[in-house]
Unconditional design. Structure first.
Length: 403
């Protein structure tokens, strides 16, 4: 297999990093003043540029465009060094701590890596590298004065950032949980692969210094390792945001589905106002808010027809038949709800207020409003709710439902 076959190893992470940046973009635009979100966006953009310009076809294009053989080397190493520094600054900021310490560390990183980048270009100007190398520049020029020092400098800068980031990451997960912890663990794998990349590069370069030929490590092993590192890195940075977003959407969808029985039941009650119609492509959170608002408005409309006594008897009946307190409360509220709907229909048909409860605060509508999911779940068993309601009503035929 020729080394040119591996150029795709650079375009794969470039594509993944672009997708990661697009996933972050809405949040960056919405919260443009948030410096950490902008930092993540800049970091992903830098990573994209690293792999885009590191691909052999683009290395050749930059060399031809500038007319300087191998000028892509300091350019790509500059991007890689800037990316390493950005990761270190971002993780240090995320971890937090004393504000002065975070600021001081950030300045040290920025100054140190700015000097490294300056050194890369100075060394390249001093080096004599006339032969263009698209795949094996590190090993081909491993013994060339000044270019040798340039290669060592960028590797040391990359290794230093990888070690420090690894230390930050692996001592951090115990302090956080959830998606953030998962993202940090994935980032830890990414930086472990970064260190493996450095080891492979060091091995091939040192072999050249000693007259051996292990160039295949640099040309065949290092690119796939870099690709995997980028994939894990992109996943680590987007996982907390994307995971929380997907989990929120999943929870909203479950809630929307669970409220369907109660929503359908209350459609028999005239809404207090015309609902705003939402299209089929409206966001789920908007549809959930509309459904919850519809339910609560109609429950408030039914409040005068609720009977606290019927609900209490229904609760005792459900509890006495082996139900848990939470489940019994849902069944009792559902039974009281069905009775209230029937009472309202009767009152509207007779145009009198005989079925209206005189004391709204006593009917316990607030409790029902707080646990509409439990009531909706109970309404999935209409036969059970109907039986409980009938038994509760039969236990006190002499007591009006609205008493």
């Amino acid at each position: 297999m020729d080394a040119s076959d591996f150029y795709i190893s650079y375009f794969i992470p470039a594509t993944v990093l672009t997708v990661a940046l697009l996933l972050k973009l809405p949040a960056i635009v919405r919260f443009w003043r948030d410096p950490q979100l902008k930092a993540v966006g800049g970091l992903l953009l830098l990573a994209f540029f690293v792999f885009y310009f590191a691909a052999p076809p683009n290395i050749a294009w930059v060399n031809r465009f500038t007319g300087v053989p191998n000028i892509s080397a300091p350019w790509v190493y500059t991007l890689l060094t800037a990316f390493s520094a950005s990761c270190l600054v971002l993780l240090n900021t995320w971890r937090g701590g004393a504000q002065e310490k975070v600021r001081r560390t950030t300045w040290w990183v920025v100054i140190t890596y700015a000097l490294v980048i300056t050194g890369l270009w100075v060394l390249f100007v001093l080096a004599h590298v006339p032969t263009e190398r698209l795949h094996d520049l590190d090993t081909y020029y491993a013994n060339t004065p000044y270019m040798r020092e340039l290669i060592v400098l960028y590797l040391l800068a990359h290794t230093g950032a990888s070690i420090m980031n690894s230390v930050l990451i692996w001592t951090w997960p115990g302090q956080v949980s959830g998606w953030i912890r998962s993202g940090l663990i994935v980032l830890g794998v990414a930086y472990a692969l970064n260190l493996l990349y450095d080891v492979v590069k060091y091995t091939s370069v040192i072999a050249r210094w000693n007259g051996a030929d292990l160039d295949w490590l640099s040309t065949h092993v290092a690119p796939p390792v870099a690709c995997l590192s980028a994939l894990f890195g992109a996943a680590g940075f987007i996982l907390p945001h994307a995971g929380q977003r997907l989990q929120r959407q999943w929870n909203d969808r479950i809630t929307y589905w669970r409220l369907r029985p109660l929503y359908r039941t209350l459609r028999a009650v005239a809404p207090p106002a015309a609902a705003v119609k939402l299209g089929h492509f409206s966001s789920l959170d908007m549809r959930l808010v509309q459904r919850e608002t519809f339910i609560r408005d109609n429950l408030l409309l039914l409040a005068p027809f609720f009977s606290k006594h019927l609900r209490q008897r229904a609760y005792e009946d459900a509890l006495g038949r082996g139900g848990s307190p939470h489940k019994a409360a849902g069944l009792a509220s559902a039974a009281a709800l069905m009775s209230a709907i029937a009472s309202r229909k009767t009152a509207l048909a007779s145009q009198d207020d005989d079925n209206v409860t005189s004391d709204r605060s006593a009917v316990g509508i607030d409790g029902l409003l707080r646990d509409i999911e439990c009531v909706s779940r109970a309404l999935r068993r209409p036969a059970t709710v109907s039986a409980i309601r009938q038994r509760a009503a039969a236990r006190s035929e002499s007591v009006p439902v609205h008493d």
